[in-house]
Write a protein that binds this ligand. Structure first.
Ligand SMILES: Nc1ncnc2c1ncn2[C@@H]1O[C@H](COP(=O)(O)OP(=O)(O)OP(=O)(O)O)[C@@H](O)[C@H]1O
Length: 426
């Protein structure tokens, strides 16, 4: 996508029901605990004096108040997470950070670390930092997935720095630095060899981060990584897995590797099936290459494929084997897609009819659907046309969009920057 691109949501569907269910579940858990406590007090009543009963009633009320206030905390955290697109699972997940200053009040973070963050211009934690940092500082294992560039590095480095500071005294007293002349930077294969030859002892490591775990756990590296991981045998080790995409094999490995880990996912979850439109087959192939590299279940249809190949791709998409199908307007026109949850106009459509054809693929037969349209500066003159179409189909349209000038919209296909991040071969 061109570097100056921003995006427009057309027809966002907000899943209120799911949010409602989540809150109800939290509240039920709280009230379940309270009712257990109250009934145990009632059983004791006959055997105790009136005074004792009164004392217990008071303490029950106190506990109940405490329960309510922690219920409020849970609700407040749930709303905060929702606002920041943070999804968590696991028991007793610590509250997300409201600010970096909370690192001091909640975790006694040394002031110089906070000063450094300020000097770097980091005003607020990013969503992954808000949730993953407290999880790790609470000594919990963490499985975190957040998009590239979302600040994952600081999310695992910050607790590491804070823990190092806390252990400084012990380190100075016990460490034999002559044996640690440098940090170790190694590929998994070399590290495995060093472990095998007993050149390195990892049995006392206390904090292990597997960054880019979506790449580390790819089947080709599986054996190497597995034997390296076994060498981290400290039972109180805190392990964390960070990744930008969430293929099934990463989820499976995370589940095998960690027990009681808190799972933190940031970002809008992919809601397959998703159909993505590009303006040319060259760009469609480029995007396919990028998404396939990230292990997304993706396929592409373009005019270089035979009719049979295209039909196979559509069949796999319909059967749920492929989650994302990339297409161009010309090829998609003759194909029948059903049950598409989301249409993404990665390249702005070249005309009103292209827009209508594309988004008409989602939300069929009374189902709701979502359409997302990316636009660059060159596409802005045509935004008003999209706004009109949205308004005509009953969507809520922001007023700034309706105030834009309208321009004749036909054969609009600007030259766009390459999508591929592959280095060019000389
Ligand atoms: N709280 C913050 N405020 C402002 N900038 C931040 C913050 N945290 C990190 N950054 C900056 O954001 C950029 C991206 O961060 P980082 O490289 O950690 O992302 P990432 O999620 O690890 O990306 P990738 O998946 O590509 O490795 C960096 O330039 C980093 O300095």
């Amino acid at each position: 996508m061109a570097s100056d691109s921003s995006f427009l949501f057309s027809g966002i569907r907000f899943n209120r029901k799911k949010f409602g269910v989540d809150i109800a579940r939290f509240q039920k858990k709280e009230s379940d605990t309270d009712s257990t406590k109250i009934s145990s007090v009632a059983e004791d009543e006959s055997a105790k004096s009136r005074e004792a009963v009164e004392e217990k009633t008071t303490s029950t009320k106190k506990r109940k108040r405490k329960g309510n206030s922690s219920g409020i905390h849970i609700l407040r955290d749930a709303i905060f997470r929702k606002q920041h697109n943070i999804h968590v699972s696991g028991y007793n997940v610590p509250s997300p950070l409201q600010s970096f200053d909370e690192l001091k009040s909640r975790y006694n973070c040394p002031s110089y670390l906070l000063r450094n963050l300020k000097e770097l211009g980091f005003k607020l934690p990013t969503p992954i930092q808000r949730q993953a940092i407290p999880v790790l500082l609470d000594g919990r294992e963490c499985f975190a997935c957040a998009p590239t560039g979302s600040g994952k590095t600081l999310a695992f480095v910050c607790p590491m720095f804070m823990k190092l500071k806390l252990m400084t005294k012990n380190l100075l007293r016990n460490a034999d630095f002559s044996k640690f002349p440098c940090d170790i930077i190694s590929t998994p294969l070399r590290l495995r060899l060093a472990i095998k030859k007993k050149k390195i002892d990892l049995s006392r490591v206390e904090y292990l981060v597997l960054d880019e775990s979506d790449k580390l756990f790819e089947p080709e590296l599986f054996k190497q990584i597995d034997s390296v991981l076994k060498a981290f045998s400290n039972p109180s080790i805190i392990r964390s897995l960070f990744c930008a995409t969430l293929p099934d094999f990463v989820e499976d490995r995370a589940r095998e590797l960690m027990h009681d880990a808190v799972r933190v996912i940031v970002g809008r979850n992919l809601n397959p099936p998703v159909l993505v439109f590009l303006q040319s087959k060259e760009r469609a192939k480029e995007l396919y290459g990028e998404l396939a590299f990230d292990n997304i279940r993706v396929d592409v249809i373009h005019s270089d494929l035979s009719q049979q190949e295209r039909e196979n791709a559509v069949d796999n998409f319909r059967a749920g084997k492929t989650w994302v199908l990339i297409a161009t307007d010309v090829v998609a026109r003759g194909m029948d897609f059903k049950g598409v949850n989301c249409v993404i106009n990665y390249d702005f459509p070249d005309s009103a009819s292209a827009y209508v054809h594309r988004i008409g693929r989602s939300g069929r037969a009374g189902r709701t659907g979502e359409a997302i349209t990316f636009y660059t500066e060159e596409d802005i003159p045509f935004l008003r046309n999209v706004a009109n179409l949205m308004a005509a189909s009953g969507c809520e349209v922001p007023s700034w969009l309706m105030e834009l000038q309208k321009k004749k919209w036909k054969k609009h296909r600007p030259k766009r920057d390459s999508i591929s991040t592959k280095p060019e071969t000389a």
